[in-house]
Design a protein around this ligand. Structure first.
Ligand code: SAH
Length: 349
């Protein structure tokens, strides 16, 4: 398999140009070429033919292949099932919003975190996506909505971004680089199930990212039951890390709280959540959960979700109830990949 052109950093491009005995300005052209969403190096017509032929022979240009594309009934969400040259498949979702286009990317193929309610769990071994593979998802999505641009990026698809720390950070740094895409770090939302050491490390990166923590339970016992990561990094340590992130970056932390009927949706849970978050500058996103076939997690109804919200609001917690996007195209994390994997294995979904 050929190495990914999009994995090359500026220093690698400079080294390549030197190795091929080319003038230095070619490195800059190659760097620009990394943001052109090409499927063949022949599209980089500012490069000499010989160099294009060399690149075609030695590098994969970097865009994953669209294996499937589903558009929601309202036409606002597009779900992409994308395949990399090694045959691994991930998902990305583009959502048209009032403020622009947001893109939800996958950070890994599969996930090893084991959240019991999540469709990405348990079906296949995870591998990390490289910085170039992450960039490939972004470029492809932006090409599909051209001339519009991606305005908001969520690292909220398949995988745990902080479990793929170095590649995710290298991708973000390239995206926000003024010589590259010059994307706003504030418009990047990184979602984690709660890897405490990596949250603390992220706080020191000097990047004003929006950090979202998938909380889903206000008590340690319940959280460790549904999210095994909580056994390694208990709720009190997670809250301390969230506080630290806010102190270091000045960025308000968000919490995701999916409401599962009979699990975490009681008035006591709402009160416990308000108490847990009391005094922390944060925002809570309540999500009506997506039921995942094969698990016994069911979503709370609209009325129950609104009651939960009212308790939080009454207690002074900044919270909103998010409408659930793209249900008809299984836009929730890992759902489509899961159903195609299960179909392959002869299951119904
Ligand atoms: N690993 C990261 C990001 C990927 S999951 C994380 O855990 O944050 C993206 C979000 O979808 C997380 O908040 C996750 O908890 C949530 N999620 C997973 N399965 C869900 C389901 N069935 N219903 C609602 N939200 C779900």
């Amino acid at each position: 398999m050929l190495p990914d052109f999009l994995d090359l950093e500026t220093a690698d491009l400079e080294a390549l140009v030197a190795e091929l005995d080319l003038p230095e300005f070619r490195a800059k052209q190659l760097k620009e070429g990394q943001f052109r969403a090409i499927s063949s190096f022949d599209e980089l017509t500012n490069l000499p033919k010989k160099l294009r032929a060399y690149l075609n022979e030695h590098y994969f240009p970097g865009l994953p292949e669209i294996q499937n594309k589903l558009i929601s009934d309202d036409g606002l969400s597009q779900k992409l099932v994308l395949a990399y040259p090694d045959g691994e498949v991930i998902e990305a979702v583009i959502m048209e919003q009032s403020y622009g286009h947001s893109l939800c990317l996958s950070s890994q193929v599969g996930c090893t975190m084991g959240c019991r309610f999540c469709a990405s769990t348990g079906l296949a071994k995870a591998r990390n996506l490289s910085r170039g593979e992450l960039l490939g998802q972004f470029l492809l999505a932006e090409q599909l909505i051209a001339p519009a641009k991606i305005t908001n990026l969520d690292l909220m698809g398949i995988g745990e971004p902080l479990d793929n720390y170095d590649e995710v950070l290298a991708f973000i740094r390239r995206l926000v680089d003024p010589d590259h895409r010059n994307f706003s770090a504030r418009k990047i939302c990184l979602s984690t199930c709660g890897l405490v050491p990596q949250i603390k490390r992220l706080a020191k990166e000097g990047l004003p990212l929006t950090l979202t923590i998938s909380l889903h339970a206000p008590w340690q016992e319940l959280r460790s039951e549904i999210m095994p990561i909580s056994r390694a990094y208990p709720l009190n340590e997670l809250m301390e890390a969230a506080n630290y992130y806010f102190e270091q970056t000045g960025r308000r932390v968000s919490f995701e709280y999916a409401l599962f009927a009979g699990v975490n949706d009681s008035p006591e849970a709402a009160r416990a959540l308000a108490q847990l978050l009391h005094g922390l500058n944060c925002h809570v996103n309540l999500i009506p959960a997506n039921p995942v076939p094969g698990t016994d997690f069911q979503s709370v109804g609209r009325e129950g979700a609104e009651k939960f919200l009212a308790i939080l609001t009454h207690k002074g917690i900044n919270a909103t109830l998010r409408r659930s996007f793209g249900k008809d195209i299984q836009a929730a994390c890992g759902q489509l990949r899961r159903s195609s994997l299960l179909e392959d294995q002869g299951y119904w979904c």
